[in-house]
Design a protein around this ligand. Sequence first.
Ligand code: TYM
Length: 330
Amino acid sequence: MDKKIIFSAIQPTGTFTLGNYLGALQNWVSLQDEYNCCYSIANMHALTVRQQAKDLRANTLNAYALLLAVGVDPQKSIAFIQSHVKCHAELNWVLSCYTQFGELSRMTQFKDKSARHPENVNAGLFTYPVLMAGDILLYQADFVPVGIDQKQHLELARNIAQRFNGIYGDVFTVPDGYYPKLTAKVMSLQDPTKKMSKSDDNPKSYITILDPPETIVKKIKSAVTDSEALVAYREGKDGVNNLMSIYSAVTGRTLEQITEEFAGHGYGDFKQKVGDALAESLRPIRERYAQLMKDRAYLEECYRDGARKAEGVSQRTLDKVYKKIGFLAR
Ligand code: TYM
């Protein structure tokens, strides 16, 4: 039987956070053997926030190198840069004519982002989920490994696919989300009721996957917990729950094992262990990243090859769509 298809993408924002890594990237890597995977650097999505051209260019290359550094293997999976494959822009237009204004108005990320950037509430920010739906549907993806913050966008992609299929027959695979068990929403270290995010003003609230080990340990040590001095995963213990989830994701230990490991220990000890384990698990990524950044020719070869493969797959879907909707063939 043919392998099922995975698609996901990430915006090039300079570096990736621990949230990006444990919410999405770790799954991207582990799914590569069992599935046909396509992963993309969503530089077109990044344009919804004002960018300096030279920064976007550099961040896109850095993000691509990071993708390989975390373990996406360009021999096994298709790893490409969104703007290199024109089908994404083309399908975006078509799908935007099959998406309702009302649906887009309900997107919570649009509401949040437009509140945070009132000076630049551009049309792209509003139609962003349509571009994302097109990304996924072009590859006929069965599963989309993402964090929980993308769930609403994914639901929209499903609705668009079902609506389109309802009119034209089975054109698109209707995708399902694929979420990690404990780390679908990694929380801020300073306010564990909020999502960890790089746009947070307080850099102590997030860890990036390129942070040096000392910084990682320091940030974990200053993470907000509670006054109970009990390592247990329970409602109301958001800070501890978050650290336990992170520890579980990097060590593979279950919550029960972690509770047992730290029975009778204080938070100081617990945080030290979490910090050390995390720093150790990110070390090889940082080292591979440094190596890859020295070999620009290799990165270029990989992303060109990725674009060629992605184009092949996505063009087939786009051709089918154009035929179905009645665009006269050239
Ligand atoms: P982006 O670039 O904001 O985030 C990339 C991935 O990281 C996940 N994530 C988190 N997971 C858990 N905890 C957190 N604190 C956390 N922060 C971020 C996100 O859920 C995401 O999976 N629109 C997308 C990019 C995109 C895309 C796509 C994704 C474009 N086209 C097609 C899937 C399919 C975005 O901005 O993700």
